[in-house]
Design a protein. Structure first.
Length: 527
């Protein structure tokens, strides 16, 4: 188990040294990262901590990445670190006294942690009218800290105070404009004055973009489009012309000001369906935007109480599936959907679970014109209340869930992994495949029988497997029959939510990744 990481970041294009403290770290044998990286030297254990040297390519975009380390006794949970190209302070730490505040020379980033019942103070110099982006990265990298950020003048007068910031969860960030030349102080504390080893943070100060979200929230794969950046520090960057890759999404793109140090990144969804942008006014039934489907709709609630309507044709017997994306791309929206006839007759409305998952299914009982109503759940609106809605056919299939995302098993042992299925108009067998396992594994119980909803998937570890190996794999299910028309990867979101209890949206790139660590065999008990 990893309890502390110093620093809580890597810098692209450099050799990065990480120090890890915790339990079972004396003999780290493998490391996994969600971003491109390679070990420069073998991990070592000195001064009560594991020492890791990582080379990260220069083109890895700024953002947040995940790391997992393993030894012959097992593996750590995922832990999050920042990927940051800002220059780091030569020493980490802070001061609890405003009079002895740590001096900063922006652009700079500082690693520190808040103590209970205390504030941390920093000071910097600015010219009159000079603008600095200031942000605290804490909750986004798994910290227990709920930070509050203040800027004070030399007399202690509060010039700015920020708690949560749009697009950053519970982390504060804003643009500070110096009212006159002089020295200014930054104060950071927990909103409830809590603190300790789990209350770590990174303070970033410099002239870098602050992006809350974008419009649209995604692109059709392989296309080029101008993207509107939304946020407090985007001068001369928006619109940004983006060429979407042809692969699967989401994709992270770096953004920085010319001739300045320090980047931000934006995350965009990718789809293979047609993209449709809503056109106002479309809040009344007689003004609904006509659309063809399947499609992805990009929209925005510009004002409180705004609603958007879209008219489409559907045939008797069709089933429609609607999925929304907002928060994981920085939007503040929580979506509400309803399918109606043009006269207002309700065809389908969401359950509480549908609202939580931003989904809706509708069964079409007669051929005709229908309308999709899209609203912000709490009827809020502003320029950053953007959304992305996919409207498509609900084909027979299933959703798979893996009960855990971390397994430890000795050589010649048998791995057990419960896979649960939620069926959607499909009662047939589901065939499971393990993608990423090396040769030599003997896999059994790979079928979820017809009309059943779970199986105990088993894989026997090769007897030649070396202790301390870290293997990542995914479980993919397919419908069985002549036409294998549906497949889905098993999700691991519940395990991620336990791993990151403070994150409303765990990193989507980790969903479905399962880790197997080969362990030392347990000693035989003497008779």
């Amino acid at each position: 188990m990893v309890t502390r990481v110093t620093p809580r970041a890597v810098n692209p294009g450099r050799l990065n040294h990480l120090s890890l403290t915790g339990e079972g770290l004396q003999n780290i044998s493998a490391i996994w990262t969600s971003f491109p990286a390679e070990l420069a030297t073998s991990p070592r254990f000195t001064n009560g901590a594991a020492q890791i040297d990582l080379l990260v390519p220069h083109d890895v975009p700024a953002g947040v990445g995940a790391v997992r380390v393993a030894s012959s006794s097992g593996a750590s949970l995922f832990f999050l670190i920042a990927i940051d190209d800002l220059p780091a302070a030569s020493t980490s730490g802070s001061s609890h006294s405003a009079a002895a505040a740590v001096k900063l020379q922006p652009p700079i980033v500082v690693d520190a942690q808040c103590a209970e019942l205390s504030s941390d103070f920093y000071r910097f110099h600015a010219r009159g009218g000079e603008r600095f982006s200031i942000e605290v990265v804490a909750q986004r990298i798994g910290s227990a800290l709920d930070p509050v950020l203040r800027v004070l003048d030399q007399r202690g007068k509060e010039l700015a105070a920020v708690d949560d910031a749009p697009g950053a969860g519970e982390d504060p960030r804003f643009v500070f404009k110096a009212p006159q030349e002089g020295g200014f102080s930054i104060e950071i504390r927990d909103i409830n004055y809590e603190g300790g080893a789990n209350s770590f943070y990174r303070l970033r100060v410099g002239k870098f973009p602050l992006i809350e979200t974008t419009f649209p929230l995604g692109l059709r794969a392989g296309t080029t489009r101008a993207i509107e950046l939304i946020g407090p520090a985007i001068e001369n960057l928006s619109p940004m012309v983006v060429r979407a890759p042809t692969g699967e999404g989401p994709v992270a793109l770096p953004v920085k000001f010319p001739e300045q140090l320090g980047s931000s990144s934006l995350r965009l969804g990718l789809t293979r369906e047609n993209e449709i942008t809503e056109s106002e006014p479309n809040d009344a039934a007689d003004r609904a935007n006509p659309i063809s489907w399947p499609a992805v709709i990009d929209g925005r609630f510009e004002r409180a109480g705004d609603r958007d309507r879209f008219a489409f044709q559907a045939e008797k017997g069709q089933r429609i599936r609607i999925n929304g994306d907002t928060r994981k791309f920085g939007s503040l929206c929580d979506l509400y959907f309803r399918v109606e006839k043009p006269d207002g007759t309700v065809v389908a409305e969401p359950t509480e679970k549908d609202i939580e998952n931003q989904t809706l299914s509708a069964a079409i009982s007669e051929t005709g014109t229908y309308q999709l109503l899209v609203e912000e759940l709490n009827r809020r609106g502003a320029s950053n209340f953007v959304y992305r809605v996919e409207l498509g056919a609900s084909q027979p299939g299933f959703v798979l869930l893996a009960e855990t995302n971390l397994l430890t098993m000795p050589a010649a042992g048998t791995m057990h992994l419960k896979i649960l299925a939620t069926r959607q108009d499909y009662d047939g067998p589901i065939e499971l495949k393990l993608a990423g396992l090396p040769d030599g594994f003997s896999i059994t119980n790979t079928i979820i029988p017809a009309k059943k909803n779970e199986t105990d998937l088993q894989a026997r570890i090769p007897p030649t497997a070396q202790a301390g190996q870290l293997i990542t794999f995914t479980v993919v299910g397919e419908t069985v029959g002549r036409d294998k028309s549906f497949s889905a990867r098993a999700q691991t979101r519940p395990a991620l939510q336990k791993n990151f209890p403070r994150l409303r949206e765990p990193p989507p790139e980790l969903d479905g990744i399962i880790t197997l660590v080969t362990a030392e065999p347990k000693p035989q008990k003497k008779k």
